[in-house]
Design a protein around this ligand. Structure first.
Ligand SMILES: [Zn+2]
Length: 142
């Protein structure tokens, strides 16, 4: 199952030149699992649960495999989070994340709860196509 998540993510990254994480429901696996590749580092999180969200917010241009990574929507998320999760080894961890990993994990944990980033769009106009996003310098966090 983790191998399927990893293979699918790596395939999308190759084809689209983008993508950093994937969740079970996106490949029809009804397991609470997330696979992340960020800065060459691989992480598998099972049953991740956000146990703390900072009051400070950040705004992110967010895309998704579900939009074929062609649409970017502006969303607002807590800047820092604390996540409790289980590793494939069975070990349970509690870890604090900020910056790109924080917003990425929030996106993937949303998937586990059936929430798409488009539902978190700040306003109806805060959306752009990938070519516009690239023309803006491909910002994630704004
Ligand atoms: Zn997604």
């Amino acid at each position: 199952m983790f191998q399927d998540l990893r293979d699918t993510l790596e395939d999308v990254m190759r084809r689209k030149g983008l993508g950093r994480g994937i969740s079970g429901p996106q490949i029809g696996v009804l397991k609470q699992a997330v696979y992340i590749i960020e800065d060459g580092q691989h992480m598998t999180l099972i049953n991740p649960r956000i146990t703390y969200s900072s009051p400070e917010k950040i705004r992110i241009w967010d895309s998704c495999f579900c939009y074929d990574l062609e649409i970017f929507v502006l969303v607002e998320r807590p800047r820092d989070i604390e996540v409790e999760y289980t590793l494939p080894s069975g070990e349970t961890k509690k870890e604090r994340f900020s910056g790109p990993l924080s917003e990425l994990l929030q996106h993937e944990i949303d998937h586990l709860n059936g929430v798409f980033s488009i539902e978190r769009m700040i306003e109806p106009k805060s959306m752009m196509w990938r070519n516009e996003w690239e023309a803006h310098g491909s910002p994630y966090i704004v």
